[in-house]
Ligand binder design. Structure first.
Ligand code: UDP
Ligand code: MG
Length: 325
């Protein structure tokens, strides 16, 4: 099968017939073999009935229905595990992404050798309250992830080589950072294609402004995981030791200066009257806590099932070269 189109959707009943008809047209014009995977994320409108009737008309349209609303990432995750096409394309259900982009995305994956191609809604038809923070968000994501050529991390329209979606795990709200997840899994040929964008035709947006707060928190999580995921002590240990040492040196200075002044017959203040004494105590306590957090992190990691999971691309050993002879 050439292409799997994955469509996560939540209450998008009005858009679906139009979207599917459009996809069918593009696929037959280009002679692609394909499947459309509709992941109904617990819709409370008629979305599932619409999907059932679309499936009855065309068996290439398949569907999964969640019992409740889990979110876009879980929907994509289920789509990824089910996808069978050589190229996997994700797109939003609200007709904001155009199926006309599919042939070129397919070509970029199969001929240009990209692992992942992300859409870029260069000209957007969204309210300013969304486009402005998005610019900031993408600038941060570019810096943190080190993927400098992407302008639009969270574009719903993306294409992947099948292997890529089988090796990344989207969960929580991590759909915003799939290119970063792919990069961390070793798929770094990441490309971008300018795509047409339309204003939402039916229904309403499912994400509010909290997306930006949560987006930043998730970015920090991913950064931490990719840097210190299997060596938390390198983070907490360093920070904790530094704080403890600063606190310790400060407390020694406070005590020593009191003793010195006492024996020299100068006026002196009690150690507990010095604000620096309390600051250094706090530093030493926090430092110890951070250090212990590092130990706990290491104990957690020791039991993580994927602590020794590596993606091996090629291997040379005696047996394979024998077999080739
Ligand atoms: N979506 C989903 N589950 C949710 C929220 C959204 O499957 O809990 C789908 C939604 O139906 C749409 C896509 O994710 O197909 C993108 O959502 P939306 O268009 O509301 O986001 P925006 O375009 O405003 O960023
Ligand atoms: Mg939308």
């Amino acid at each position: 099968m050439d292409i799997s189109v994955i469509i996560p959707l939540y209450n998008e009943a009005e858009s679906l017939p139009e979207l599917v008809a459009w996809i069918e047209r593009v696929m037959s014009e280009n002679n692609f073999t394909y499947e459309v995977l509709m992941i109904d994320d617990g819709s409370t409108d008629k979305s599932w009935e619409v999907i059932e009737s679309l499936h009855a008309k065309n068996a290439s349209v398949r569907g999964v229905s969640f019992r409740r609303n889990y979110g876009k990432s879980p929907a994509l995750n289920v789509g990824f595990t089910r996808a069978q096409g050589d190229v996997v394309i994700t797109m939003d259900a609200d007709l904001q992404d155009s199926p006309d982009e599919i042939p070129e995305l397919y070509r970029m994956i199969t001929e240009d050798g990209y692992d992942l191609v992300s859409g870029w809604k260069k000209k957007r038809y969204d309210p300013l309250s969304k486009t402005l923070p998005t610019k900031l968000f993408n600038a941060t994501a570019r810096r943190v992830s080190g993927i400098h050529n992407l302008h639009d991390f969270n574009c719903g329209l993306k294409a992947y080589r099948r292997e890529v979606v089988k090796h990344i795990e989207v969960y929580g709200d991590m759909h915003r950072y799939i290119p970063y997840l792919a990069k961390n899994a070793g798929y770094s040929r990441i490309g971008e294609k300018v795509v047409h964008h339309q204003a939402r035709k039916y229904g309403t947006t499912k994400f509010g402004l909290d997306r930006f707060v949560n987006g930043y928190l998730d970015l920090m999580t991913l950064w931490f995981q990719s840097k210190f995921g299997v060596k938390p002590m390198h983070f907490f240990g360093l920070l904790g030791s530094l704080m403890f040492i600063i606190g310790f040196i400060a407390v020694v200075i406070v005590g020593a200066s009191k003793l010195y002044n006492m024996y020299a017959g100068n006026p002196y203040i009690l150690v507990t009257d010095s604000p620096y004494f309390f600051l250094s105590l706090t530093f030493m306590i926090l430092g110890t806590q951070l250090f212990l957090t590092g130990f706990l992190g290491e104990l957690v990691i020791r039991h993580a099932p994927d602590r020794n999971h590596y993606e091996i691309e090629a291997e040379l050993n005696g047996e394979t070269s024998e077999a080739k002879k």
